[in-house]
Design a protein around this ligand. Sequence first.
Ligand code: ACO
Length: 703
Amino acid sequence: MDIEVLNGLLRPKAIAVIGASNAPGKIGYTVVKNLIDSNYQGDIYPINPGSDEILGLKAYPSVLDVPGDIDAAAVVVPAKYVPDVTAQCGQKGVKGLIIIASGFSEVGFTDLEERVVNTAREHGMRVLGPNIVGILSNSDSCNASFAPFLPLPGKAALVSQSGALLIAMDAATYTRRVGFDKLVSIGNMSDVNFADMVEWLGQDENTACISLYIEGLKNGPKFIQAARDAGKPIIALKSGVSAHGAAAAASHTGSLAGSGQVYDAAFQQAGVVRAADLNNLFDRTLALSLQPPMQGDNLLIVTNGGGVGVLATDAAERYGLPLRFAPEDVQEELKKHMPAFGSAKNPVDLTGMAGMDWYQGSTRYAFAHDWVDGLVVLYCETAMTDPVEIAQGIKQAIDESGITDKPVVVSFVGGEQSAEARRWLVEHGIPAYDAPDMAINAIAALREYARNTAEATTPFQRHADVDEAKAREIIAKVRAENSTSLTEVESKVIFEAYGLPVATTRLATSEDEAVKTAEAIGYPVVMKIMSPDILHKSDAGGVKVDIQDEASVREAYTTILANAKAYKADAHILGIAIQEMAPWGTEVILGSIADPTFGPTVMFGLGGIFVEILKDVTFRVAPVSADQGMTMINAIKGAPILKGARGEEPGDLQALSEVLSRYSQMIHELGDEIQESDANPVIVYPEGKGVKVVDARIILKEK
Ligand code: ACO
């Protein structure tokens, strides 16, 4: 990232408005007026060949006529003029273009857009847009957009792919009382994309939290890296998460991977927190921009009302922070701040009698206690208390506790006075909401941020004992045969090359060879038809299990061939695979897809009906470390089954997480070749006894 160029684009000291106009109602008029009205301190150069003066400022026919340097140019001339204007800006030494004009790739004029970007690149310029509203920055008093005014000042930055949404959110910052320093419209992302913005905002001193409205990312892996490096909270509202295109995917994994699930996984790996909807984006932005992350799971709730306490307790469970009872010493101390009929467990119910002293005493003590990782204070408006005074008391207690590395979030439920108290709290750095579940959701965001950050910083250690050349040799052989579908035997050779524990499988092309192979592997064996034309082997009567001796091998050989012929007379039969019969254990499935945004992506779930019906699976963008593999195992609902539910022996999760990591390395390193793959089933044995890949399949990319 060229910081200096992006600084010029995003924090310009001099701006030209190309297409500036004296005609109210034109965007070229509004942008100049907005710059003036926002009290922009840099130089403003209106550019218009037909005017000498615009809104009281001297206007120039072209940027080439401007006497001073220009950092950024807001471009508000019709699309067809933009290539020429871009060339002139390049000649002038402008650093970046804010192309507000529409009429480019969003309506199919991709060539026009490419011409503009290529010209800009030739001159070392960066391009924001086209098809955007512009940029707004409180710290620079700069409204270089046609949004009505600068947002409510604050510490967050919003980057939005939708211009209309950005305008709507701009105004809503005042009604929602969520402050932003910057709003950046990113539009078609012809050049500057989310990854660039996250990288730049990561080093921006005025940005404490980065909020994103994303329709689609352009370069998934680059975004993940930028987000990991940003070192500050990022919250994303992702739209368009339906499973479009997934139905077209050939494999099991493909049909399970709605694009939403891969985005979910990628965000988690990147440390990014998700927002469920627009309201939630505001709510979570407020918390993430004002409070530190929550480093542990111990949430304490202090309330003056049982009802809101129960609502908050339910919400805590819903948002992944189930409450635990406070330890004895905490309960003993808290009892001093409530009547005898209060409850010190958790939620801590100070009762409706609670006045400022009890709120202050309990909050000050609890917030400072080591057991407490995060605090939510709830208040229901009563006739006995003044909400603003209670709010001030809470803030004072938090300050007096001396603790600054834990989060506190508040909910005041009531009328106008409570609203005033909430405003006061937010102005003093404490996120405050009008419903208890919103406060819990907000603190859950701070917990998610800490959890995701921990996952995002787990490094992947490449397994060095792999034979990539061998894997590529097999792939080259398959391609030479004009095929993209590897047989089970070929797939397993590649799996083995990556150190994956496959059930030994060899191809036999005659009955005698089948007997020899079975004896070499050792009885019992499994025999399976190998044909590129028969994918569902069992349906074709092409699988026989538990074969114990030579006679049975010979009989199975004849029967399987006959069944295959009956199933598909013209099927090309490669032979019959003889496979070690793996003892049974818990069935899991590993799969992979080549995600269009994030590239090779690994899937994990329990096998059998769990995957078919319950779709209990989880995804991660490859590669993943063994630790992340363990996180994947723990992420599925069926994890307790693998850990030994109902007296079963716990499975060898150490081996399974290692297998996930190696498999992810395989699909990552061979990502230029592999379209999809499956290991299904994989059998997990009890602790210390390992894992076995029973069946494997690889489909190559069409080239
Ligand atoms: N250099 C400088 N000025 C020029 C040039 C040039 N090469 N060519 C023309 N101009 C002047 C024009 O003479 C005019 O000035 P005037 O009012 O003094 O005559 C001014 O630039 C603007 O040109 P117009 O032809 O009048 O164009 P208009 O203002 O109608 O539209 C615009 C231009 C706004 C860029 C339009 O083409 C457009 O793209 N509108 C959509 C923008 C948009 O919505 N973007 C955000 C999308 S996100 C969302 O949905 C909210």
